[in-house]
Design a protein around this ligand. Structure first.
Ligand code: HDD
Length: 688
């Protein structure tokens, strides 16, 4: 991906041309194609005189610059996209006539954008937040946008509440902060007054909201959709993305430090993974069920605050998505990509889920505003890759007006490429459903259980994960200034799990335990634990796609370095060298290695595990560098595996780690590189 680099000096004075067009550089022009002779100096009256309005070249350049920004997305402003393909594992023709699922092995191009929800475009990647997971499939029968999240449920049940939810989560309007954080009064005030949000809030307080990498998280279509086959048979379906690399998250203290060390941590990781050929991959799974299941299920399948446990309806894997190409231009593609939940294709349909119904208006509306008119569908990243034939025309930036005389129908002009007709046999058909009832604003009683699945989620976590949830609530609520809001939230937790409520109340130092919140329905205590809901119970047991940080100084052990880096390569893992100088260090055999990071630029939070290779003298020197001490003490505090040799001990001692050796430390003189990698496959030493 690296560009070739050649410095062509620009002295910037003397009125001469410094960067001439040549065989290597074509002539620069204006947007109108007029060749530019001088791009350094504006037109002026006299050598030291005022500028001239006549300077059409400067005016055009500055005018265009002034218009470079478009409105950022009102939510999911910060995102990162990549191209790839979806491969269908097998035909699903018995379930759906969607063209993308008809042929085994067929590859369909996709564009996928991941995002955080609350922060602005420039906010840090490791905010505690839901991650957007939006996929545009360019199928042969139109674009299908599966606009999901990395959490399978949503905060609210009705789209009517979306503006309130988002207003409450974003920076408070009078002060303009906090940025990219829900840890403030407005958010917790809103959710504590909206018991329907309690299930998703629980997910947001879990490790799901601080993924290690966008590559290591699941994705969900959230809503129940419909599959319709060629005979018109209907089934309900929920979509799941399962990361091939397994799930993995960071710990909160690590997230806070990562945001300082590398605010672009997730996008850089995506960029690097695609660049080095470690293509991120997910499998698409479907939970398919019929009306009878929907009628018998404990909850309403049209309620987006509920999920269907995988143990109840297994996820059938139907294909895989591989992201293998970064964008050519971030603005053109990642910024201008316009996802719309209304973009579905024959063989799929919506359900009456009131959140989905509202979304189907919102996305089209927002894209029109964001991208300036109805022709955003003609921007290459949004344009379908199958033929489009219709009589829509004109509008801002219309680039694909229909050719010829016909722009209406019915018409009596002869058939041809420019005279399409509707096709009852193959065209999109909405599923037929009987509707009746009064016109009313109403929340169905079947949507009233707000706590049972929150409880099920919490109880399905490992102890480590439960502890993370407890401290996440304490952290967030401790940033809330108004004690009654804290208490109100704890009153909901009492309806979910008493131990959790007590831990949070204790962590907050609440003076008095509130009464449990009034509940529309009692919490069900009979829902079984669902292991699929835990990250740690589904640990991937691999170090593939992960990164080891190797802290070295002059004289570091060449043999250990070589055997570890070879073992990493066979695992499909990466490493970076961190040294006192970015120029690098010499190994014990005298060979010089360039460093990837200088110590204060490569803190251990950037890595999944660390290795320290130094000499005793080197360790003494490292012991005097604050960032080197942080490197190892943070790795220890974040439950990371630490590879070392005895020479490094002075550094560990200076970092306060004397006597702290546990099974998460691997002595590379006593153990082979293979044993080291084998241990790293556990990803963290949680027992610490
Ligand atoms: Fe949304 C963007 C996901 C509810 C209105 N949403 C947006 C994106 C994702 C989601 C991933 C970013 C797409 C991209 O990368 O460009 N949103 C969801 C999920 C929801 C959800 C999974 C619940 C199941 N959203 C939701 C509701 C509404 C919106 C209920 C409005 C009533 N969402 C929007 C939006 C955005 C958006 C305002 C902002 C920018 C954009 O659409 O393109 O229209």
């Amino acid at each position: 991906m690296a560009e070739s680099f050649k410095y062509s000096g620009n002295k910037g004075h003397g009125g001469e041309l410094h960067q001439k067009a040549s065989d290597e550089h074509p002539t620069m022009t204006t947007a109108q194609g007029c060749p530019v002779s001088d791009d350094q100096n504006s037109l002026r009256a006299g050598k030291r005189g005022p500028g001239l309005l006549e300077d059409h070249i400067m005016r055009e350049k500055i005018f265009h610059f002034d218009h470079e920004r478009i409105p950022e997305r009102v939510v999911h402003a910060r995102g990162y996209g990549a191209h790839g393909y979806f491969e269908t594992y097998d035909t699903l023709e018995d379930l759906t006539c969607a063209d993308i699922f008809q042929r085994k092995g067929e590859k369909t191009p996709v564009f996928t954008r991941f995002s955080t929800v609350a922060g602005n475009k420039g906010s840090p990647d490791l905010a505690r937040d839901v991650r957007g997971f939006a996929v545009k499939f360019y199928t042969q029968e139109g674009n299908w946008d599966l606009v999901g999240n990395n959490i399978p449920v949503f905060f609210i049940q009705d789209a009517m509440k979306f503006p309130d939810l988002v207003h409450s989560a974003k920076a408070e309007p009078d002060r303009g902060f906090p940025q990219a954080q829900t840890a403030h009064d407005n958010f917790w005030d809103f959710v504590s007054l909206s018991p329907e949000s309690m299930h998703m809030v629980m997910w947001a307080m879990s490790d799901r909201a601080i993924p290690r990498s966008l590559r290591f998280m699941e994705g969900f279509g959230v809503h129940t959709f419909k599959f319709i086959n060629a005979k018109g048979d209907e089934k309900y379906v929920k979509f799941h993305w399962k990361p091939k690399g397994g799930m993995q998250s960071v710990v909160w203290n690590e997230a806070l430090k990562l945001n300082g060390a590398d605010p672009d941590f997730h996008r850089r990781d995506m960029w690097e993974s695609i660049g080095n050929g470690g293509y991120p991959e997910w499998e698409l799974g479907v939970q398919v069920f019929d009306q009878q299941f929907a009628d018998e299920f404990e909850f309403d399948v049209f309620d987006a605050t509920k999920l269907i446990p995988e143990e109840q309806v297994p996820v059938k894997i139907v294909g895989r998505m591989v992201l293998n190409r970064v964008v050519d231009n971030f603005f053109a593609e990642t910024e201008q990509v316009a996802f719309c939940t209304q973009n579905i294709v024959p063989g799929l349909d919506f359900t009456p889920d009131p959140l989905l119904q509202g979304r189907n208006f919102s996305y089209l509306d927002t894209q029109t505003k964001r991208l300036g008119g109805p022709n955003f569908t003609q921007i290459p990243v949004n344009a379908p890759k199958c033929p489009m034939r219709h009589f829509q025309q004109d509008g801002h930036m219309a680039m694909q007006n229909p050719k010829g005389r016909v722009n209406y129908e019915p018409n009596s002009w002869s058939a041809g490429e420019n005279n399409p007709r509707e096709c009852p046999a193959h065209g999109f058909k909405s599923s037929s459903e009987q509707m009746s009832g009064d016109k009313l604003r109403y929340r169905s009683d079947t949507f009233s259980d707000h706590y049972s699945q929150a409880r099920q989620f919490y109880l399905s976590q490992t102890e480590v994960e439960q502890a993370h949830i407890q401290s996440a609530y304490v952290f967030e609520l401790s940033k809330v200034e108004h004690v009654p809001i804290r208490e109100r939230l704890v009153s909901h937790l009492l309806n979910i799990d008493e131990t959790l409520a007590n831990k949070v109340a204790e962590g907050l130092g609440l003076q008095e335990m509130p009464d449990p919140a009034e509940a529309a329905m009692p919490t069900r205590k009979d829902l079984p634990v669902s292991d699929a809901l835990s990250i740690l119970k589904n640990a991937p047991n691999t170090f593939k796609g992960r990164k080891l940080g190797i802290l070295v100084s002059d004289g570091f052990d060449a043999d250990i370095f070589e055997s570890v880096t070879n073992a990493l390569k066979s695992e499909g893992a990466n490493f970076e060298i961190i040294a006192p100088q970015v120029g690098g260090a010499k190994c014990s055999k005298g060979k010089h290695f360039k460093a990837d990071q200088v110590i204060n630029g490569g803190p251990s939070v950037l890595y999944d595990a660390v290795l320290v290779l130094t000499t005793e003298e080197g360790a003494e020197k490292l012991a005097a560098i604050a960032e080197a001490k942080d490197f190892v003490s943070d790795a220890y505090a974040h439950m990371k595996y630490i590879g070392y040799t005895n020479e490094a001990k002075p550094l560990f001692k200076a970092a306060g780690l004397d006597g702290k050796v546990d099974n998460g430390w691997i002595d590379l003189e006593a153990h082979s590189a293979d044993k080291f990698i084998n241990t790293l496959r556990n990803l963290r030493f949680w027992k610490r």
